[in-house]
Design a binder for this molecule. Structure first.
Ligand code: ADP
Ligand code: ZN
Ligand code: ZN
Length: 759
């Protein structure tokens, strides 16, 4: 008997700019198509996309001619309801499409480009068992294994390397009979398959295990009385509030408190999400955490390979509870239905904010929203909280717990501000170093201790100039000077990557008088050598830490004392715990104060405090030398005194007076176009229209300090919205004005982006 069934429609999210795609659900798939599941759909003439079903229904959409869903990707874990809601919140709040959120949230292996099917076979991670690798029958003992290597070395390089990697992971001394989780072995799928078919490698399913029992974590750290009090305070606040700020000085042992809270959650069968700023995501922390939580830790990093990211995603999705995800910004989008606690460490760190492409989300704020949706708690930790967070804590919106002493009797470092101009006058300055800094360094090295030097610029010299005619080298694509890098003897643009040779003669006056000016980390490293010929000096910045491995190598060498002096950019400031450091030098704090940004002072305070926090983490008192030409600048004085409250009072008063966050919300609007005239006109038109709605809450247009990047001219407009007025309504009005502007004659090609809560 034929039943005339109703047609079923599915709204599908595609990783694209515009939203709202509706497809027909073929009757054969009706049982499988559900909100959150991944589907394959046709788009345009020949493209096939992976999309996520947002909703399913029987109401026909307005347009008639619909295409059908091709298939349901049963292997990909469905996006659960909370995550879908989170995606929508992010799209709505940060003014982008849900598709753009999807693009950031799903590992690229699930997305259309390069989607090959093979990489999406998530079967191995789906069940609450985990695939482990062991040596197969054809490599079951020393002799067989040697033979296996022999065979492979001649013909199959990648298989040889795959097997070698596995043996290393299993333990070279005795790899037999042991197993290692597949996700830890970065062996390509095809290679693994071949190794298996030759019998060299075997797979084994290992139960992921039920939620841990408390005794599993028996070796947890003993807390100091101060830490106990803080832990107790956090628990108390969590009874009434969803978010708590742990404001603990550097070296106070915030991590140990996290560890205790994590153990509680895991024991209760809950997942924990532990967020770290990009660069602090080091082997150092993961190793420390693994000691306690072993295999339950799922690390996630943006520089992971595609396969490893997919694996982490799959593991999070398949977690039966009791999994700890440790990751950077984007791991806020990892799945997992059972989150009990979210920790955001170094919550003030600007790298939580994605400002380069949509979604321009702040992972800290998104984490708070996620936890709220999931019925979980959020713990924000920092020695220098963002002023927004601090105000939330002061007003009682967040719980507030402080930790004012360092762990284990270590004392806060002594901070000395050293005047560069006075030092020059007195003849107590050589190269970029005041005598005070050089003497303290010499003493530290003599005592077998280590030194860290911080300079906010990389490269050798931030610009080169002709000593005769004043010509400077600038980028042909960007309105910025080129930085001289001595190692490659070239000039580079830090905005677009343009690179060119250092001219032997000035292109303007043809005299051989082009000279590097100013100084970056590379120059510091070079000029330091003659002062300390015996010392081993290394540099940590984007030019030396070109990969995660190199980054970790430099850190670990310093940690083990192989290096005596570490010179670096803000990369060295974050969360590291080095035992041997007794002197920290800031070479030029003036740089930090010079930014034309309302956050400059807050940022400078945070950076100086974080750098200083690396000194003297054990019993001996550390010394921090801050070189500056403005020794009396209030922020320098506040950082030197370690007086966060004074900084906050001063800055908050200014923010209130000039109406800046946290007393208002901001949307940064950026217009870009290759033609300066066009972009200026577009910006003026938009600003004028916005003024008709928002009046004097509109600031600009104004070109940013670097007003041309990659050949495009830039204009900025700032929209300030009162805290107590509806933000979403303001954003809708803004979005409508942008659409209107771009649909008008002449401005179609102008790119307009909005950055909500810019940092
Ligand atoms: P923070 O993150 O607050 O700057 P850390 O968590 O890095 O501080 O702690 C500083 C140092 O003190 C680390 O080496 C850490 O291992 C040690 N430490 C802190 N608390 C404890 C504890 N309860 N037991 C043992 N060591 C601790
Ligand atoms: Zn010249
Ligand atoms: Zn450039």
């Amino acid at each position: 008997m034929a039943v005339i069934s109703e047609k079923i429609y599915a709204e599908v999210i595609l990783p694209l700019l515009s939203g709202g795609y509706t497809y027909l659900v073929p009757s054969g798939l009706a049982a499988d198509v559900m909100p959150g599941c991944c589907v394959t759909v046709p788009l345009g003439k020949s493209k096939v996309y992976t999309g996520v079903v947002r909703s399913v229904g029987t109401d026909p959409p307005p347009s008639g001619n619909l295409r059908e869903i091709i298939a349901v990707q049963g292997d990909v874990p469905p996006v659960n309801e909370t995550r879908l809601k989170l995606w929508e919140w992010v799209a709505d709040y940060y003014m982008c499409s849900v598709g753009e959120v999807m693009r950031a949230a799903l590992p690229s292996a699930f997305k259309p480009s390069g989607w090959s099917g093979e990489e999406v076979t998530g079967k191995e991670y789906r069940t609450p068992t985990e695939t482990h690798l062991t040596l197969g029958l054809a490599a079951r003992d020393e002799e067989a294994l040697n033979e296996a290597f022999e065979n492979l070395s001649k013909r199959a390089r990648s298989q040889y390397e795959g097997l070698l990697l596995l043996v290393r992971l299993l333990g070279e001394d005795d790899p037999f009979g042991r197993s290692v989780p597949r996700r830890l072995a970065d062996i390509p799928y095809g290679v693994l398959h071949q190794l298996q078919s030759k019998g060299y490698v075997a797979r084994r399913e290992v139960k992921a295990g039920p939620a841990a029992v408390a005794s599993e974590f028996a070796g947890l750290p003993q807390l100091s009385p101060a830490q106990e009090t803080a832990l107790h305070g956090i628990r108390e606040h969590f009874r009434e509030r969803d978010v708590v700020l742990l404001h603990g000085v550097t070296g106070s042992g915030k991590t140990e408190i996290y560890i205790r809270l994590i153990a509680e959650q895991l024991s209760a069968g809950k997942d924990v999400l532990y967020l770290l700023p990009e660069i602090a995501m080091t082997a150092q922390l993961v190793a420390r955490i693994r000691k306690f939580f072993g295999d339950r830790v799922v690390p996630y990093h943006s520089s992971y390979t595609r396969t490893r990211k997919t694996a982490a995603y799959m593991r999070a999705a398949a977690s039966p509870g009791g999994t700890l995800i440790v990751g950077v910004r984007s791991s806020v989008f990892l799945p997992g239905g059972n989150v009990g606690l979210v920790i955001v460490d170094e919550e003030h760190d600007p790298s939580y904010k994605n400002h380069e492409s949509a979604p321009r989300y702040n992972a800290r704020d998104t984490a708070v929203v996620l936890a709220g949706m999931a019925g979980a708690k959020t713990l924000l930790g920092s020695a220098t909280p963002a002023l927004e967070t601090y105000v939330n804590a002061q007003t009682g919106k967040y719980g507030y717990v402080t930790l004012t002493e360092r762990y284990g009797g270590a004392v806060m470092p002594r901070v000395v501000v050293s005047d560069t101009i006075m030092a020059s006058k007195r003849g107590e300055r050589k190269s970029h170093f005041n005598k005070l800094l050089l003497d303290s360094m010499a003493q530290a090295l003599h005592d077998g201790r280590q030194v860290m030097l911080f300079q906010n610029r990389r490269g050798f010299s931030p610009y080169v100039e002709c000593g005769e005619c004043g010509w400077t080298a600038s980028c042909p694509n960007c309105n910025v000077t080129l930085t001289y890098h001595k190692s490659g003897r070239n000039l580079r643009c830090h905005y677009c990557g343009h690179s060119t040779a250092l001219p032997a003669r000035c292109p303007a006056c043809n005299l051989p008088s082009v000279e590097p000016r100013g100084f970056g980390t590379e120059k510091i490293e070079v000029e330091l050598e003659p002062f300390f010929p015996q010392a081993r000096i290394e540099r940590l910045d984007r030019d030396t830490a070109t990969s995660a491995t190199r980054f970790e190598r430099i850190i670990s060498d310093f940690e083990r004392g192989v290096t005596d002096i570490l010179v670096g950019t803000q990369m060295i400031t974050k969360g590291f715990d080095f035992e041997g450091v007794s002197v920290v030098g800031v070479l030029n704090a003036d740089n930090l104060l010079a930014y034309p940004d309302f956050r400059a002072s807050e940022r400078a305070f945070q950076l100086l405090t974080q750098v200083a926090g690396r000194a003297g983490r054990r019993q001996t008192e550390g010394l921090v030398v801050i070189q500056t030409s403005q020794p009396r600048h209030p922020v320098i004085a506040q950082a030197a005194a370690g007086d966060y409250a004074a900084m906050a009072r001063g800055q908050l008063a200014e923010r209130r007076e000039f109406f800046y966050p946290p007393y208002c919300r901001i949307v940064g609007i950026r217009l870009r176009h290759r033609d300066a005239q066009v972009v200026r006109q577009a910006a003026a038109t938009l600003a004028q229209r916005l003024r008709m709605i928002f009046g004097k809450r509109v600031c600009g247009p104004q070109p940013p300090p670097v007003d041309r990047i990659r050949g495009e001219f830039i204009e900025n407009i700032l929209l300030k919205v009162e805290r107590d007025s509806p933000f979403s309504k303001a954003k809708k009005l803004l979005a409508a004005e942008i659409t209107a502007l771009r649909s008008g004659e002449g401005f179609r090609q102008v790119v307009v982006t909005c950055d909500v809560d810019p940092i």
